[in-house]
Write a protein that binds this ligand. Structure first.
Ligand code: GCO
Ligand code: MN
Ligand code: MN
Length: 397
């Protein structure tokens, strides 16, 4: 039965900047225990359908579009047809990446492999992918090291892996500069899967690594909801730190239950409160990047289910965006937030309310008489504030 999508205020439009990977809607449902359950949907079909559903763009790995063994003539034809579909629909390719995990050659790592031949091949494959990305107009190039990890620490020092990864990212930055490409790199962290443990497992690890590069200004982050949750972390905090550092170059939106493998569920299908705070964070920051969905339709679905998955991902984002507006319009919430603002901005005697070091200020703070009993016994009203937020999400406010 074909789903009839509602034409209401939550209808996705290109101006919302929603994007999907070819590998997401096109995922045939293969898992470690079972084979594909859906036929392959061609890249052209995906472009047409995403445009029809109101998406802004489509993202891809090199081999989602061009098979690894394609001849020059085949590659030329594939690209001609793909760019033709993009032109016809107006769909953009804001991000592209390279697949450094599927081919058995990468089983021991790509940029971090002990084998220099594998490391050089990974560079070759990535340089070609960057050429393709630039040709398709992508401004962001994601680096996700799916095989950059180990099952045993016996054969590789983590320091060596980090050094090799740095050498590769430095190499690729120089390659982009040499070719006058405007592309920027976005590093994506994941704690494990498919390797037992992956190097640089969280967004925070990646952020620290960026500042050790030759061109840190060319490199930022692509945090993913599921990947931070797999580490038991609050995704909004990772994204907040990336935003604050000016390093949120891209984002992978999806859903995840705590303590599981990478489930890649539909955005906001799990942890609606976490999803709400994430949307709030991005919208509060007026972040201008792509709202990219990196997730898969349930394996139970046929092709129609895959399009439902895509439409509902975008719809849920827009519903949560409206809930954010409702949050700010709520009089009780406004009062509670103003109370917090007042606390933050009230001068502490003659000390002020921001504490930039000076010798005088240090002495003043050291000798200031604090009314500790008042501070110890005050309440912050967070139970009420959280309940108001929860009631908005539960739909009764
Ligand atoms: C995963 C990753 C990937 C990457 C993609 C782009 O866990 O499989 O999230 O989907 O995001 O390869 O680099
Ligand atoms: Mn991802
Ligand atoms: Mn993932």
């Amino acid at each position: 039965m074909r789903t009839r999508y509602p034409h209401d205020a939550y209808c996705p439009k290109p101006e919302h900047h929603f994007t999907f990977g070819l590998w997401t809607v096109g995922n045939p449902g293969r898992d470690p225990f079972g084979d594909a359950v859906r036929p392959t949907i061609s890249a052209i079909q995906i472009v047409n359908k995403l445009a029809e559903l109101g998406a802004y763009g489509v993202c891809l790995h090199d081999n989602d579009l061009v098979p690894m063994d394609a001849t020059a003539a085949q590659t030329e034809r594939i690209l001609r047809e793909f760019t033709g579909a993009l032109r016809e629909t107006g769909l953009k390719v804001p991000m592209a990446t390279t697949n450094l995990f599927y081919d058995p050659v990468f089983k021991e790592g790509a940029f971090t492999s002990n084998d220099a031949r594998v490391r050089a091949f990974a560079l070759q494959k990535t340089m070609k992918s960057i050429d393709l990305a630039v040709e398709l107009g992508a401004e962001t190039f994601v680096l996700w090291g799916g095989r950059e990890g180990v099952e045993t620490n016996a054969a590789k020092k983590p320091q060596d892996a980090i050094k090799r990864f740095r050498e590769a990212v430095n190499f690729l930055c120089e390659y982009a500069r040499d070719n006058h490409y405007a592309v920027k790199f976005a590093l994506e962290a994941k704690p494990n899967e498919p390797r037992g443990d992956l190097f640089l497992p969280t967004t925070g690890h990646m952020l620290a690594f960026i500042y050790t590069l030759d061109h840190p200004e060319m490199v930022g982050l692509n945090p993913e909801v599921a990947h931070e949750q797999m580490s038991g972390l609050d995704f909004s905090h990772a994204v907040g730190q990336a935003l604050e550092a000016g390093k949120l170059f891209h984002i992978d939106l999806n859903g995840q239950k705590p303590g599981r493998y990478d489930q890649d569920l539909r955005f906001a299908s799990e942890d609606q409160k976490g999803a709400f705070f994430l949307v709030k964070l991005l919208e509060d920051a007026k972040w201008s990047g792509m709202r990219h969905f990196d997730s898969h339709p349930y394996r139970t679905e046929d092709e129609q289910g895959a399009w439902d998955f895509a439409f509902y991902s975008m719809r849920s984002y827009l519903i949560l965006k409206e809930k954010v507006a409702q949050f700010y319009a709520d009089a009780e919430i406004q009062d509670l937030l103003e109370e917090q603002m007042r606390l933050a901005e009230t001068s502490v005697g003659k000390l002020g309310c921001t504490f930039q070091y000076s010798n005088r200020l240090a002495t003043a703070i050291k000798t200031h008489p604090f009314a500790l009993e008042r501070l110890r016994t005050q309440g912050f009203n967070y139970e009420r504030l959280d309940q108001c937020t929860t009631e908005i999400l539960m739909g009764i406010r």
